[in-house]
Design a protein around this ligand. Structure first.
Ligand SMILES: NCCCC[C@H](N)C(=O)NCC(=O)O
Length: 461
């Protein structure tokens, strides 16, 4: 056997980075679709005559199947049992199908005036929500798959930089959605136009993933030939779930993830309104300051990922990131700090926190979970995150706002809507950040006791 054959494909710099490029592109397309409806809210209200409550119903559908049907947990197990090729194609196809259903629902007139019996929900809202729910399963499972794929290719190399780059690239999709969604919708005078672009992008993402599968097959072959595949080939057993759940560090990182993202994702959903209500930003500029966030995190995830690879300090980075979150949310809480420049500065600091934690958290999991269990472990973490951060906390904040925070009425262009005081929701976000710091500290202590190596560099020196 020649030396060239003995070496696994993952030792090839070009192959490693090409695999990253392909899965990151598929993720970018998914993130575009995940966020494209946010800037379309006014157009949806004008053209489709959806109310805010119907928009909220649709937005929450993202997590329905993941959380209540446990699809993320099954997805993680399927990934460990069937591999990245099968799971990646399946989830990419599900994204295309879900987005196509959503596009049809918002473009057709055949659902006009129809209402779902018993639920009393407009048929158009329901069909679009079901499409979005199916898409939500696909994007979350492809997220788990991409993370495991990177962990495999970059083990011992620049794993944190690669995971940071993947998250950063995916967030370009969010940025594109926020920037392009409304102009495309307005140009074509149709909510469906930017959604159709999403279907096209996802189809290209699926084709790209099929190309990745060829590389994955080649990697399997070279790993076999070089005798490096023993750990991966050990079949996943259902008892592995018990094993994963018995690791205290796994619980700490899962809870930290749920708390951290609870203080970021739901906050972003309400941030444009906060800008208007507290910082007196004009309605038409409401999204301008929060919209900076995805852009700020794109280079920062790369910088912090690179730092973790070379210097380590993973647990400390997660604690610092969570602390920044506390500072930012506390600033948003203080009633007299209401100038828009304060909001701008706080959002930039939030960008640092929103980059620090993911750059350190995702590459830390393979330090204490064996590769063959990684899909299940990431699936469990994402499931908890979906339950708490993408479903539970947004509902809680909405309830708190309606129940305790209405201070009067605002009239804009002759249309009246409630005026809110955001102090209480911001106190909740600050507390979530504080709890994230506590779990970061617990994780660091557990790492010291068990020696996971979270404070050590990821890259073999
Ligand atoms: N707007 C997309 C939400 C993706 C959620 C996903 N489960 C996740 O946590 N991704 C990591 C990240 O930091 O974006």
């Amino acid at each position: 056997m020649t030396e060239a054959i003995k070496r696994s494909l993952r030792h090839s710099v070009a192959a490693r980075w090409t695999s990253l490029l392909i899965v990151s592109f598929t993720m970018l397309c998914g993130y575009y679709v995940a966020d494209v409806m946010s800037p379309l809210k006014p157009l949806i209200e004008q053209q489709l005559k959806w109310t805010s409550a119907e928009y909220g119903f649709f937005t929450g559908a993202y997590a329905w199947f993941n959380v209540f049907l446990g699809m993320l947990i099954f997805g993680g197990i399927i990934l460990d049992k069937m591999g990245a090729r099968f799971t990646g194609i399946l989830s990419s196809a599900l994204m295309v199908a879900g987005c196509a259903v959503k596009w049809w629902a918002v473009s057709t007139h055949s659902l006009d005036h129809a209402v779902v019996p018993l639920l009393n929900v407009k048929a158009q809202v329901m069909v679009a929500s079901l499409g979005f729910a199916a898409f939500g399963v696909g994007i979350e499972i492809i997220g788990v798959t991409a993370t495991k794929v990177i962990a495999r290719w970059f083990r011992g190399y620049e794993i944190a930089l690669a995971m940071g780059l993947q998250v950063g690239t995916a967030r370009i999709g969010t940025a594109l959605a926020l920037e392009l969604g409304a102009p495309i919708g307005a140009y074509f005078k149709a909510v469906g136009a930017p959604v159709l672009l999403g279907v096209i992008l996802l189809t290209i993402g699926l084709v790209a993933y099929v190309f990745y599968c060829a590389m994955d097959r080649k990697l399997d072959k070279t790993e076999e030939e070089s005798g490096q595949s023993s750990e991966d080939e050990e079949a996943f057993r259902i008892s592995d779930i018990r094993e994963i759940l018995s690791i205290k560090g796994f619980w700490y990182i899962t809870i930290l993830c749920a708390l951290f993202y609870s203080a970021v994702f739901p906050f972003l959903k309400y941030a444009p309104d906060l800008m208007v209500q507290k910082f007196h930003v004009k309605d038409s500029w409401a999204g301008a300051i929060p919209g900076i966030l995805p852009f700020a995190t794109i280079p920062l995830t790369v910088v912090f990922g690179n730092y973790y690879d070379r210097k380590g300090k993973g647990a400390s980075l997660m604690i610092i990131g969570s602390l920044l979150l506390v500072v930012v949310h506390f600033i948003f809480t203080v009633p007299f700090l209401s100038h828009w420049t304060v909001a701008l500065a706080a959002t930039i600091v939030l960008g640092f926190g929103f980059s620090l934690v993911p750059s350190a958290m995702w590459p830390s999991v393979p330090k204490f979970i064996p590769h063959r269990q990684l899909g299940t472990a990431y699936g469990l973490i994402f499931w908890t995150q979906n339950l708490v951060a993408l479903w539970g906390i947004p509902y809680l904040i909405g309830y708190v706002l309606d129940r305790f925070c209405i201070t009067g009425t605002r009239v804009v262009d002759g249309v009246s809507s409630p005026a809110y005081n955001y102090t209480l929701p911001m106190v909740i976000f600050t507390c979530l950040g504080l709890l994230a710091v506590v779990f970061g500290l617990l994780l660091k202590r557990e790492d010291r006791i068990k020696g996971f190596g979270l404070e050590l560099p990821c890259r073999e020196q």
